[in-house]
Design a protein around this ligand. Structure first.
Ligand code: SF4
Ligand code: SF4
Length: 130
């Protein structure tokens, strides 16, 4: 069995906070194709009915309660969720500045902030390559 290094800096509590509000979830062309196929629609209908446009780019629409349109106790499109959702919290901006990890930790209870910067960098680099 391989040791799961990821758990040293992150363990998801399944709280769902990352599916609510802040920032918005952008979808790539590939995300649009995958999600449209998964929910049995076509890409343009998907963008029209499930996205909002911000800065010329589509992002997933939100429900009135601020949650992502695909959130209902859990992610309804988990197998094809957008690249952004799959990557969280192992993202490039933390490699630029580990303070971003601490800021992200203030909204994501799964992120462990009492860890050394070099460990954060090492694990995130590994996860981004995988
Ligand atoms: S906010 Fe963090 S801990 Fe909560 S579901 Fe999202 S990734 Fe998991
Ligand atoms: S697509 Fe799924 S994981 Fe991503 S924000 Fe929406 S509900 Fe959350």
């Amino acid at each position: 069995m391989t040791y799961d290094f990821e758990k040293e800096i992150f363990e998801c509590t399944q709280c769902g906070k990352c599916c609510q509000g802040y920032g918005g979830t952008y979808v790539t062309k590939k995300d649009i194709q995958n999600i449209a196929e998964y929910i049995k629609t076509d890409p343009s209908s998907f963008v029209e009915n499930y996205c909002e446009i911000s800065g010329g780019k589509p992002l997933l629409a939100q429900q009135e309660n601020g949650y992502c349109i695909f959130w209902d106790i859990h992610c309804l499109i988990h197998p094809v969720k957008p690249k952004m959702c799959k990557a969280w919290p192992f993202i490039n901006s933390v490699l630029c500045d580990t303070n971003n990890w601490k800021i992200m930790g203030s909204v994501c209870p799964g992120i462990k902030t009492d860890v050394k910067d070099d460990l954060i960098i090492k694990i995130i680099k590994k996860k981004i390559i995988e």
